[in-house]
Design a protein around this ligand. Structure first.
Ligand code: ZN
Length: 184
């Protein structure tokens, strides 16, 4: 196994929809293994192929109960909404509260080409949405309201956070005194 360098904001591959996987072979399994190792090394809770420069519709995640791989994911259904502070390995150092659906039904294929449907709530649902967004060519920046997005772009265009954690838009009364979440 090996780790990949992670592509960051500005990389054109992050803005493109990744084409579906058509070959479920050993090289796809090796790619998944290397992506999982890269995700753990980062460390993060999810990683999409175009974050490591591979334009294939596949992501990996670990929401706390071991690594999983999803090939050719599609969001089938969503319900309810919640706000959660999100970070992205491709937008290093920046964290934002983002409202998205809470309950998410995802369809996809495993590495053998067998189709499955999985339901995710809270963090797991958030990972499904964040990673599927990546594979559709969207970053979490595309989910911010205009003011927060402007603030983020200003930081990114002036060279990023310099290795610091910057939590934008966190409510002052939020009582959110813990560390920022693991990025995706
Ligand atoms: Zn991300």
């Amino acid at each position: 196994m090996a780790t990949f360098p992670i592509r960051v904001f500005g990389d054109l591959g992050l803005k493109q929809r990744c084409p579906d996987v058509t070959e479920f072979d050993g090289s796809l399994a090796r790619l998944a293994d290397d992506m999982i190792e890269t995700m753990y090394a980062a460390p993060g809770v999810g990683l999409a192929a175009n974050q490591v420069g591979v334009q294939k519709r596949i992501f990996v995640y670990d929401a706390g109960d071991g690594p999983f791989t999803v090939v050719n994911p599609a969001i089938v259904e969503t319900s309810e909404t919640w706000e959660y502070e999100e970070g992205c390995l491709s937008v290093p150092g920046l964290y934002f509260p983002i409202v998205r659906p809470r309950c998410v039904t995802l369809s996809g294929y495993d590495l053998n080409g067998k189709e499955f449907v999985r339901e995710g709530q809270d963090l797991l649902g958030r990972i499904f949405l964040h990673e599927t967004d990546h594979l559709d060519g969207y970053l979490l920046l595309d989910r911010l309201d205009a003011g927060l997005r402007r603030e983020a772009m200003k930081i990114l265009r002036s060279g990023g956070t310099g290795g610091q954690v910057r939590r934008l838009g966190v409510r002052e009364d939020g009582g959110d005194s813990g560390p920022p979440p693991r990025p995706e």
